[in-house]
Structures are given as C-alpha cells and as structure tokens.
Write a protein that binds this ligand. Structure first.
Ligand code: NAD
Length: 263
C-alpha cells in the first residue's frame, strides 16, 4: 500500500487530497495543528474536518504537528518514509501576513524548508508537491489588458488564453508579505528539485473552493459568501460586492480538478 503524507490535512486543499487518495486505498498520513483557528478565530477552526476524515477513512492517520518544529518534522518523516508528499499547510491570507509577518514567514517559508530538508534526508526519491499560489506573480498580471465576455473577464492577449505562464516575471511588482513568503517557499521547493535532483513540483493555484472550507472574511471568499447568505435573511442575499467591495470578480476552480492534477 502506498504511503502518502499530506500537510495541512484539515484545510481546504489538504482535506480534499486526503479524501481523494484515501479513496484510492493509499495509507494517508496527515499533518495539521489547526493553526488556522489561531490565525482566523473560531470560524477558521479545521479540527471538525480532521475528525470527519478520520470517521470516513480508516486509512487516514492524522498527526497534530507544527511544521515550524524542525526536529518533529524530521522525526515524523523518518518514521513514515512516505512515497509522496503533498504540502498544503500554510498561512494563506494577505491581511493576516501584514499583522503577523513573522508567523506568516515562519510557517510558509520556514515550514516548507523544514519539510524539504526532511524529505531530502529520508525520502529523497518521493515526489514532493508544493501547493503554491498565483500570488507569487504579485500584482504583475493586473497590468495585462482584459476583455469582458458575457459571463467572465478574459485576458485580451491570446498568449494568456490558458492563464498566466510559469515564465511570467515575479520581480518589480507588489506581492503583499504573504505573496513574498509564498515566493520564498515556491523557489525553495524548486531549488531542492534542481540543486539536489529531487522530484519536486510547485502548483500555483488561483481561487479554489470546495464544500469543506472553514471560510472566514480574511480567507475563503466563496465559502464565506455562502455562509453570510445562509446566516442572512434569504430575501436579502449578500452579493460579492456588498461583502468584499466593488470590482471583486474572481474565477474559481473546483477542488476535484486540483486533486486530479495532484495524482
Ligand atoms: N484556497 C485557495 O483559494 C488557494 C488558492 C491558491 C493557492 N492556495 C494555497 O494552497 C495552500 C493551502 O491553502 P488552503 O486554502 O487549503 O488553506 P487552509 O487554511 O484551508 O489550510 C491550511 C491548513 O494548514 C494548517 N496549518 C497552518 N499552519 C500550520 C503549521 N504550522 N503546522 C501544521 N499545520 C498548519 C491549518 O490549520 C489549515 O488546516 C496555501 O499555500 C494557499 O496559499 C490556496
């Protein structure tokens, strides 16, 4: 039976990856210390999701561990020696990074380095997939011209018909502190791949959603929007504009598509 390690296993993307691979009969180890509740308060709590996964998948084994704890990460990976690692544990919010820059950088950049170094030591042949973000491009894509279609906005230049390419510049733009810590993590994972010839990969997601997000105002836009509407008078539903301000149009991707890419 294949052994998989999923970090951030209680979160939106991690929990979907756990369910996807557990259903394919892999033995799935999860790492999550519910730091999302500390970042965003009670509505950000992800422990319910970890419990749900435990009830639904007997081959899921959660570990309450902080990826900032270098020694504990090393110990766990030595113990498990996974066949593959999917790394989704993170501080995911722009505004939170501005108010807690050290926590943001320690989790996103430091935690990713701890995992990469432990993988190199104990399972260097195992694919290491880092769930990165399109925020590594900062506000650079905002300079591209857009055209309004009937249901969505598209880039005017056909070069970007399939989205922003990996070669798109990441310099000379505004990232937010969160974007900067994500760049550090992304580049570090790439570097472990190139420098140490390890099978690493970064997937830069856009706006993702799914039914198991602990959505809050500062992160998890669609989940938060739906929650607000459920809590409001149904005859006065909230619009994205009323919650997030005008001009906040986003294209969202369903998580199942992401898991197919992960596999
Ligand atoms: N949700 C999106 O729309 C989206 C889009 C693109 C990229 N991403 C990226 O994917 C990654 C995961 O995003 P998500 O939406 O699943 O976030 P999430 O907050 O739902 O999940 C992250 C999980 O990691 C856990 N965690 C945080 N710090 C930890 C630590 N120090 N040790 C152990 N566990 C810790 C949290 O408790 C949480 O359960 C992030 O890097 C994010 O930037 C997300």
């Amino acid at each position: 039976m294949k052994k998989l390690l999923v970090t951030g296993s209680g979160g939106l993307i991690g929990s979907e990856a756990v369910a996807f691979f557990a259903a394919e009969s892999a033995k799935v180890h999860g790492v999550d210390n519910n730091l999302r509740a500390d970042f965003f308060g009670a509505p950000g709590d992800t422990s319910w999701n970890t419990k749900r996964l435990q009830q639904e998948h007997r081959n899921f084994h959660p570990h309450e561990l902080d990826i900032r704890n270098r020694a504990a990460v090393l110990d766990l990976i030595e113990q498990i020696r996974p066949d593959a690692i999917i790394h989704t544990a993170a501080q995911p919010g722009h505004d939170l990074a501005a108010s807690r820059p050290f926590d943001d950088f320690d989790v996103n950049a430091g935690g990713t380095l701890n995992l990469s170094a432990a993988a190199r030591q104990w399972c260097r042949e195992a694919p290491f997939v880092h769930m990165s973000t399109n925020k590594v491009y900062g506000d650079g894509p905002n300079r591209l011209n857009l055209v309004e279609q009937e249901t969505r906005w598209d880039y005017a230049d056909p070069e970007f018909a399939a989205g922003i390419k990996e070669r798109f510049p990441i310099d000379q733009c505004l990232h937010s502190l969160f974007g900067a810590s994500q760049v550090a993590a992304d580049v570090m994972v790439q570097e472990y791949g190139r420098y140490f010839q390890m099978p690493t990969c970064c997937l830069r997601g856009g706006c993702l959603t799914g039914p198991n997000h602990s959505g809050v105002e500062l992160h998890g836009f669609l989940s938060y929007l739906i929650k607000c509407n459920l809590e409001r008078n149904a005859s006065r539903p909230a619009s994205p504009e009323s919650l997030l301000g005008p001009g906040d149009d986003r294209n969202c991707s369903a998580l199942h598509q992401i898991c197919c890419r992960l596999s």
